[in-house]
Design a protein around this ligand. Sequence first.
Ligand code: BG6
Length: 513
Amino acid sequence: MSDTQRHPFLHGLSKHRGAPPTVVIIFGASGDLTARKLIPAVYNLSHDNLLPADFYLVGYGRKPIPDDEFRGLAADAIKEFSRRELKPEIWDRVAAHTTYVAGGYDDRAAFDRLAAHIDALEKKLGRDVQRLFYISTPPSVFAPILLNLGASGLAAKHLGLPHHSKVIIEKPFGKDLVSARELNVTIRSVFEEHQVYRIDHYLGKETVQDLLVQRFANAIFEPLWNRNFIDSVQITVAEEVGVGTRGGYYEQSGCLRDMIQNHTMQLLALTAMEPPGSLHAEAIRDEKVKVLNAIQPLTIGPAGDVARAQYAAGMIGGKAVPGYLEEEGIAAQSNTETYAALRLSINNWRWQGVPFYLRSGKRMARRVSEIAINFRRPPGTLFAGETARFDLAANTLSFQIQPDEGLSLILNTKVPGLETRTQPVKMSFRYATTFGSNTAEAYERLVLDAMIGDGTLFIRGDEAEASWKLCTPVLDYWRSVGRTGMDTYAAGGWGPPSADALLAKQNHCWRQP
Ligand code: BG6
């Protein structure tokens, strides 16, 4: 039997028909992500009446924390980070079912205590509940947690329900192809693939989901969505922030691992994939894997398809900021990149010959994520000026993922007046104007989807591996050459000259979003 036949909630793109009784167990409960994202997500789901009536929250972590104190910390997190204010009548309902279990991640006995804790909850309730394990810890303990979930019987499926227990795994999903494969093997020794939800929070963003709707719910785009009409595609995920206090993590990661391998590659997959046969999770993920596997291996080395750089001191928002090498916790001769750009070719019928340019960096001019589809230039002969032969701009359709979420199209228009002069103008749609701005955060959507068993917005194991397959040779090469070829860019700018050179080869240049 397929997942869809067995589980009614698997149909469609996240149709929220209600989650079954659930206990969410957060590993890494005193961590930053729990406070910033997970607790506020649970609170806002409760606010929207999207949690099941029988909902329980169990925090798990190494630090002993009394239940009351954990509830207090959770309330503080909501006050600080939730998009909506804490309303006691809503939070009290969740708090009444919120508890904490202290234990190590490689401590088998502690997992038995966790199992007993959940059994006791179920006994009190008089029925079994679905167990959703959320692994939000540093990656070094992913494997011990998974193995202990298996050994303690917590991961076991029983009651004949296909999704009685599930696991959400935070990024980073491995640090290269070998480690991602190993992690997949560990996961599959304990859970079946349909019980596994690998997070990429970009997939939970409204605008990323809207990309599918825009592409497939409008008749005007799909006929043009190919090499005959599209000249190039640019995907930008730029951040204004630097590494801040995350130097320790970032030194082990770098931009390619932190942003490109996951977030930007997912944006590329959704942009470039073939129309899926349905909106079923597997249909969409099959298409994403196909297009990821169709990307030609990158040419690496001088004059190759990849650029990397570190930010130097500069100005952000009128304030002087230090360079990467001066940040706290960064090695004096670090060869960790804070910016990466890739030129990709997709070897299939639709995209052959269309370059896909991806870039991401910290400390860039401003925070912006967008996908820009550049169409071929129209013949300019009719409107040629006396000196310039082709004075028309190319049409560009851009999906603004964040901030100022929306969609815009650059069109050539006649400048009013007695002579015929053209000027590119921007036609824009903004979500906030049409729908208001207080939309659900990515984590709300993702936690709810996992509860109801919809894996559409999560990464399947083979997708993660396909993306690592592309990126790992680049990481290996960079490791082998140390700082050789490391470019720099001023903080507050749009990236290094080597990234401009990647595009110049095909007479392209980066957009200024
Ligand atoms: C995370 C990265 O996955 O995404 C961070 O680890 C980055 O380094 C963050 O800052 C960006 O997410 P968003 O949603 O703010 O664009």
